[in-house]
Ligand binder design. Structure first.
Ligand code: 13P
Ligand code: SF4
Length: 304
């Protein structure tokens, strides 16, 4: 049955000239029908390069917005209209405008997990895979980093000569993991390497063998000679890696690492949107498009 739906999706996307993008936190059966999968940064580039006129985003709202900002001429649909990242809603543009008035010497760096409205008032956005490089390359010594203070802390420890102020926000899924959870996972799997996402709290990051974005964790797991890994990011990653490397073992750090928003999209949602049912078309006013795009263009310029 799943295979039949997948075959029909593959046929429909060809017939309707549609590109399907899927973040790596999506379910296996969706990843299998996508044209591109990857982390937030890779998906922004893939959306821009896609030759099709319509792009379906299997992920969360800010990811679909990013694709639309980079490809305004394309029709971009978020497959599940309610799939939003709670972190993206943590900062209002007014906060940044107020901060800028009081601190004109600061560059404002936002995580890509933010709304387009917030990006209109920031200098550059970053993803987990590009944050260190971009912050290091900025001319300003003083930087406001928002909304994820855990990613901000990770960046601060990697860069030199920067004064970074942080907003106290973050991902409710990654930030919920405690050092005790990690120690318990290590007790269950004593020989395993621990790979975590920088959205985790510093106490967890400090205990890890490797810290990186979703794609960096996957690359590490694939290339490493080790045979067992504890995966400290959304639980899909351990599952995808298990398919990719059947001779290795990948364990989710804790069962808490399940993002309900990333898991809203189903294979049948993808099928229905291709049939013209459901989905949310991304639309923004011209001013938002222009200003938010500048923030993303800077990320691509400084992050490649
Ligand atoms: P990356 O895709 O950049 O690793 O980010 C993880 C995430 O939580 C996306 O919502
Ligand atoms: Fe947002 Fe965290 Fe879910 Fe990613 S995993 S979409 S950052 S809530």
């Amino acid at each position: 049955m799943i295979r039949d739906v997948q075959d029909e999706i593959l046929r429909l996307k060809q017939e309707k000239d549609v590109c399907i993008l899927a973040h790596s936190y999506q379910a296996r059966e969706i990843i299998e029908v996508a044209d591109y999968t990857g982390d937030s940064f890779q998906l922004s580039l893939a959306g821009q390069k896609a030759e099709q006129n319509t792009v379906l985003m299997c992920g969360v709202h800010f990811m679909a917005e990013t694709v639309k900002l980079l490809s305004p001429q394309k029709k971009v649909l978020l497959v599940h209209p309610e799939a939003g990242c709670p972190m993206a809603e943590q900062v209002e543009p007014e906060f940044v405008q107020h901060f800028r008035k009081q601190n004109p010497e600061y560059a404002v760096v936002c995580y890509i997990n933010t709304t387009a409205a917030l990006k209109t008032v920031c200098d550059v956005c970053v993803t987990s895979s590009t944050a260190v490089k971009i912050v290091q390359n900025l001319e300003n010594e003083n930087i406001l980093f928002l909304p994820d203070c855990n990613l901000g802390d990770y960046v601060q420890k990697q860069v030199k000569g920067k004064n970074i102020k942080m907003f106290q926000g973050g991902c409710p899924i990654h930030a919920a993991v405690r050092a005790d959870d990690l120690l318990a996972a290590k007790e269950r799997h004593p020989g395993a390497l621990v790979l975590v996402h920088p959205e985790c709290v510093p106490a967890v990051v400090e205990l890890a063998d490797f810290v990186g974005s979703t794609s960096a964790i996957m690359e590490y797991g694939k290339k490493s000679d080790a045979k067992e890994f504890i995966i400290g990011t959304e639980s899909s990653i351990a599952e995808h890696l298990s398919y990719m490397c059947p001779d290795k073992r990948f364990y989710t750090l804790t069962k808490k690492m399940l993002c309900p928003n990333m898991k809203l999209t189903t294979l049948m949602d993808v099928y229905n949107v291709l049939k013209g049912i459901g989905g949310l078309e991304i639309e923004m006013d011209a001013e938002t498009m222009k200003k938010a795009k500048k923030c993303i263009d800077e990320m691509i310029r400084l992050g490649q």
